[in-house]
Ligand binder design. Sequence first.
Ligand code: GLY
Length: 573
Amino acid sequence: MPFKTTGVKSWLIISAFVAIVSSCAVPANTTDLSQNRGTMADKAMVVSAHPEASRIGLEIMRKGGNAFDATVATQFALAVVYPVAGNIGGGGFTVYRTSNGETGTLDYRETAPAAAFATMYQDSAANVIAGLSTNGHLAVGIPGTVDGMVKLHQKLGVLPWAELVQPAIDLARNGVVLTQKEAEGLNNARQAFQEINNHTPYLTQKQNWQAGDTIFHVELALTLERIRDEGREGFYAGKTADLLVQEMQRGNGIITKEDLANYSSVWRKPLEGNYRGYKVISMAPPSSGGIALLQLLTMVEPHNLSKYKWQSAEAVQLITEAERRVYADRATYLGDPDFVTVPVQELLDKAYLEERLSTFSMEKATPSSEVKAGNLTYIESEQTTHFSIIDPSGNAVSTTTTLNGNYGSKVVVKGAGFILNNEMDDFSVKLGVPNMFGLVGGEANAIAPGKRMLSSMTPTILEKDGKLFMVVGTPGGSTIITSVFQAILNVVEHNMTMQQAVAAPRFHHQWLPDVIQYEPDAISPTIRAILESKGYKLEQRKPYGRVDAILVLPNGKLEAGADPRGDDAAAGF
Ligand code: GLY
């Protein structure tokens, strides 16, 4: 199957569909959307945030690589072609299901440096110092991506490591043609790059990047060559480590060579649950994503959502009330399981979740002030990236990685050409006080040396009748969980194709603020009026998330859902 991108056309189709269906008073939930499919393939598929990254992942599988090899190649390619979030200076999570049904996850989340401490972003009067945890060298957690890719390859890959890193090196050397969105992203970040770095990052070499410009990542290519030749040591030791630590010293950062040498990603047991006959496999803490997704699905399951029309008042109410309750206790109990006890079984207990939703009535909204809250709400920056892969043998890999904010901390390592994350801001910077993204601190997520900061990333895989059914995930900070939740519901409950499910406009509620945030066209004016009459507050917001997913059809063919909100693209054969 030829390479194909999915663009605004499907978004327009979905928007038109939404407008028509939403404006009907009581339409039946029987619309057959099965013809509007995304990119189709017989055996293998990659869906990612960038066409070049998807192409590279697919080429690896054409050469005989498996989905794990393709994951490594796609991740390194994204670090070159998608610097806003693709990375070697960040971290992430991979959830997988092998062709024989074994499941697992790898946690390569960043960790706090040894010199980090709970009050490091506060002044002597215990006030949070604005920007310290989000911009510049002190915001950087110890990167985990390279260690994660090495471990994934060692355990599950089949092609030689060098062959997986080389395509990214070629891209970096030969140059990458910028899309409109990438040019705008770099122009918007230009001032911050200049202010934060005390050298001139190559990403600012042009005053005004345009779509069609070619950007050459010369120093990044050299770093990738060291990673290609030396594996883990090519990043956590030797020249790259020297350059990273020198960069830290230039900007009063605290990461040391020992921090880098000590970093280690962790294999974790996946979180698994069931929803209406589907097995859901997702990420355990230090992500809050898997727990929250399973809580949401368990809460709505008894209500048989399919009896309500998509985005009807009843469906929006049910989803909103479940989201309100899940986000209310979501971050209270969650943190790095290597440091705090996370009550996973209790949070996923059916009786507990049933009781949580027992105060919900279709008659009126439950004010968030009446929902028993933990001590915090938790909102992350929305820039992260997700990709989904299935290989010809049926191995499936769901990977979400992040720098946290757009271009992370904006620190570009001089001489090494890569951007460092600002993941420290995902910790509680002060207990009980919101940081600049609205994050309010809780003890479980307090900063401590070597600890992983809480995440919302929700790479997920679904099985049906013991067979692979869906690979799904998205960026979007705190909206990640509700976007993955709605993408699953769109397919399972509303009979959408994968492409329709990822393109369909979304809405989001996270307990606080007590408001339903909706994308343009997500909820019709008629339904909004009904919801407002029941006490819901609604607020339109700009599109968010980039859900990239793959659906296995009953005939075994693969359908991609590539989110039209970005430059996301599918490639399959
Ligand atoms: N930094 C976004 C997340 O980990 O959820």
